[in-house]
Design a protein around this ligand. Structure first.
Ligand SMILES: [Fe+2]
Length: 370
């Protein structure tokens, strides 16, 4: 998603838009990703250590102040999930520009402290992929992937180094208290969007729903992998999706622009009888909670947390399946699990750590009914 009007003013805004629309230049010279054994990220709780507190965020401009890291760190989360746009590559993105963005992020005191002290997982979105609203067509995704693997210190033997894309999953905790985190890659394989016929019109700002059966969000390899993941046992599954999944009411990037693919996702959850699915999404520079029960195997909740450094303060849009209003100030998301009560709480928290939108969901509501 582009930095919108209201985030950047005047000439800067126009430059950002023009930059996003321009074709990418040839990326710089680094033919091979570095495969030296990196310093591993802190080990996440595993074995008998059940997760209870997970923080989540996206859209982190490394050139801006990020005081919200202090709030997130004070909350001492067991795990932090980076939901994409974890850095902003200056557009048109080159490998040198992306590497510079990561170098700036590495010097961010807050992000640095988190990366050193809190277990974390990451997936990318368009701004760390390298092409605004980009998909499979991006010619230099291999170079962008190499930068991602290096920055996030992905081990040399990790499957992500040997296959296309960056999708990944991990299960934390013992039987009975398992949290599965599934991170979807919605850039590497994704087919082109259908462009709007009325730019900036409410509900069709950039793209229109496309019923083309030949278009894909995840690509077949990732779809097959996702089915295998959904068949793994877990009490709670956090599906991290850069793009909003269940959300209706806007025409920016979202799963609803490929309605067949979204229905395929709902059907796959039903067919695999995967209990406990909750979506965590980003990209939009707003915070919000959503709940969809039409055509889904059970009520599907979505927590969108996006705007750790530059929220879209004048955002306004329809929200037919949104729970409450948009939150348009600085924020992050939390997932708090009460294993004794068998319930999960989703929250949008402000710069003070105070919940501003929240929903608590008993696990028994997140089950495929026979
Ligand atoms: Fe994005």
């Amino acid at each position: 998603m582009i930095r919108r009007r209201g985030l950047l003013g005047g000439a800067a805004s126009l430059a950002a838009l023009a930059g996003c629309a321009a074709p990418p230049r040839r990326l710089g010279s680094r033919p091979q990703p570095t495969f030296q054994q990196p310093t591993a990220a802190p080990a996440a709780p595993g074995g008998d250590g059940a997760l209870r507190s997970i923080a989540f965020g996206s859209c982190i401009d490394q050139t801006r102040a990020a005081p919200i890291w202090d709030t997130i760190l004070a909350g001492r989360p067991d795990l932090f999930l980076f939901g994409g746009d974890n850095v902003y590559c200056e557009m048109p993105c080159t490998q040198a520009r992306l590497r510079r963005a990561y170098a700036q992020a590495a010097e961010s005191p807050g992000m640095g402290r988190l990366r050193r002290s809190v277990p974390h997982l990451a997936i990318w979105d368009d701004h760390d992929y390298g092409l605004n609203d980009g998909g499979a067509e991006f010619a230099f995704k291999d170079e962008a992937k190499a930068e991602f693997l290096d920055f996030w210190k992905i081990p040399a033997d990790d499957p992500r180094r040997g296959r296309e894309g960056l999708y990944h999953a991990q299960v934390f905790g013992p039987p009975g208290q398992r949290v599965q985190v599934i991170l979807l890659d919605e850039r590497w394989f994704r087919s082109p969007w259908k462009r709007t016929d009325q730019r900036d019109a409410p509900g069709k700002e950039r793209y229109l729903p496309d019923d083309d059966a030949g278009k894909t969000m995840l690509g077949e390899a990732q779809w097959r992998w996702l089915e295998q993941q959904l068949r793994q046992p877990a009490e709670l599954r956090l599906i991290v999706s850069g793009l909003q999944v269940v959300t209706e009411g806007h025409g920016w990037e979202r799963w609803g622009n490929f309605p067949r693919e979204r229905q395929r996702l709902y059907r796959l959850i039903a067919d695999t009888r995967a209990q406990g699915v909750v979506f965590l999404s980003g990209d939009r520079h707003i915070g919000a909670l959503y709940r969809e029960s039409g055509g889904t195997p059970y009520p599907l909740y979505e927590l969108t947390s996006s705007g750790m450094t530059h929220p879209w303060r004048d955002a306004a849009e329809a929200g037919p399946n949104r729970l409450g209003e948009l939150f348009t100030d600085l924020h992050y998301g939390t997932v708090d699990i009460d294993w004794a009560a068998a319930a999960v709480s989703l929250s949008i928290r402000d710069i003070a750590g105070k919940p501003r939108r929240a929903a608590t969901i008993p696990f028994n509501q997140l089950q495929v009914q026979s």
